[in-house]
Write a protein that binds this ligand. Sequence first.
Ligand SMILES: *Cc1c(COP(=O)(O)O)cnc(C)c1O
Length: 227
Amino acid sequence: MTMDSPSPSAAPATPLAGIRAAIAQSEKIARRPAGSTTLIAISKTKPVEAIEELIAQGQLVFGENRVQEAQAKFPALREQHPGLELHMVGQLQSNKADDAVALFDCIHSVDRPSLAKALADAMDKAGRRVPCFVQVNIGEEDQKGGCAIADLPQFLDKVHALGLPIVGLMAVPPADVEPAPYFALLAKLARDAGLDQLSIGMSGDFETAVRLGATHVRIGSALFGAR
Ligand SMILES: *Cc1c(COP(=O)(O)O)cnc(C)c1O
């Protein structure tokens, strides 16, 4: 059986297999290179055993949204599985910057000058450079984290001046509306800024995100079940 022409009736053996196949199919439809999307398994609230199960299926990239929870779960896992990669996808307090830099391999939620400065200082101190995404409040929602669209150029100038390794933009579009226009807008903002990575797409909309250029999709419930 080839991965790119599954028979329509063949149900995937696991949620992970189904999501991998759907990502591959979306890459193909968008004429993107196979494997150009990184699947981040978002394991927040899920026990170590559930993470182990995915590792056994070959999934090595995980994401968490709280520093403390990640600290409780991942150091032991990493000892057993040295290839693990851990991404921070939640709002981050500046006073957790040192812990975050020590623990994570990528931070998706850089959204304000105070945090950018704290992360830059923490990276200097630790002698460790952690790639970062700037999170954009793409739906201009009051409650949501992320840099305002209007402030983005200025904020990017600031993070570049601080020497933060910024690789792309991240966003969580408004719930319950068609996400494609928001993904497309984020892609345009990234292009305008000369950034080539896009962290977009969750359980409900990752195929759309991949078609619109996601380099990282962040998938929780579709992999692990409802939280
Ligand atoms: C929880 C979370 C996800 C995963 O959401 P699902 O709908 O469960 O796939 C993705 N991104 C962020 C920032 C999250 O907090």
